[in-house]
Design a protein around this ligand. Structure first.
Ligand code: BEZ
Ligand code: FE
Length: 281
């Protein structure tokens, strides 16, 4: 019996059928990969050392393993397989490493940042509604977060107030919402760990195109995790985490010294779930 068959047999007693299927698939495909790759002893040592260094960069505020999944396209692939349907008007996006739990609820129309946060403001309004019936969804929660113009999220930078550029808003009885955010700008993903090494080896620019994150949820509806990119931004094509796409672009229009964005969130009936926030409260 070859090692692959022995390994598959060794894990065949797992009672949980889903776990058994996952472990079997992992053994089957990893063994096939190794048989094709034929890593040297030194390459294997490099691999487990790389993982050790990823673990050293991982803690309550940062997960290098999640970042690796993001930059090799795995996170966006999972999101797409689980949620995208043909004709989906607003696309689903990976959560990414910067969602923080328990963002403060803010008043309709309020800014989600301190007055002294640099950058142009964008007034965002729109409607949350049932995708099938077009009826408004009242009391939907819109959880939004974005980076400052220097490319850093509030948790990465002492100078920003707690929960700066993060907030939760509610839709009204007509399904409408309004908030003030920051005109988004491009920023690089963290590159000071092993994932940065990989990006440099691949000569991949570490940048994410300008975007604002939204999670839109309501009881009885499938939670929409998405991002809004800037229409016409050529960087969307080169998103380091493969998220930018045509069904996630907003028409940000200049209006005096600020911008305006009208953006709607259609929800499909389904189970309302919330993703685990990589950053605790
Ligand atoms: C983000 O947009 O917050 C992000 C997503 C994936 C990796 C790094 C950052
Ligand atoms: Fe982001």
């Amino acid at each position: 019996m070859d090692i692959t068959e022995k390994a598959l047999k060794a894990y065949s007693n797992i009672e949980n059928q889903r776990l058994k299927a996952i472990v079997s698939l992992l053994i089957k495909h990893l063994h096939a990969c190794i048989k094709e790759m034929k890593p040297t002893d030194q390459e294997f040592e490099f691999a487990w050392d790389f993982m050790e260094r990823m673990a050293a960069k991982t803690g309550p505020e940062r997960n290098e393993f999640l970042l690796l999944a993001d930059v090799i396209g795995v996170s966006q692939l999972i999101e797409t397989l689980n949620h995208d349907k043909p004709g989906q008007p607003v696309g689903f996006a990976l959560v990414g490493p910067f969602l923080r739990a328990d963002a403060p609820f803010r008043e309709r129309g309020a800014a989600d940042m301190s007055d002294d946060t640099p950058g142009a403001r964008v007034r965002i309004s729109g409607r949350v509604f049932d995708f099938e019936t077009n009826t408004p969804i009242e009391d939907a929660i819109l959880d939004t977060w974005q980076a400052a113009t220097d490319g850093l999220y509030e948790n990465q930078e002492e100078a920003q107030p707690d929960y700066n550029l993060r907030g939760r808003y509610r839709s009204d009885k007509n399904g409408t919402f309004e908030l003030i955010g920051l005109m988004p700008t491009a920023y690089p993903v963290p590159t000071d760990g092993p994932v940065g090494e990989l990006l440099r080896a691949a000569k991949r620019p570490p940048d994410r195109p300008a975007h604002i994150h939204f999670i839109v949820s309501a009881p009885g509806y499938e939670t929409l995790i998405t991002q809004v990119f800037v229409k016409g931004d050529p960087q969307i094509e080169d998103d380091v985490v493969f998220t930018g796409s045509d069904n996630m672009v907003g028409d940000f229009r200049k209006d005096g010294d600020h911008f305006r964005l009208v953006y709607d969130f259609p929800l499909r009936r389904g189970v309302s779930t919330m993703p685990k926030a990589p950053i605790p409260a």
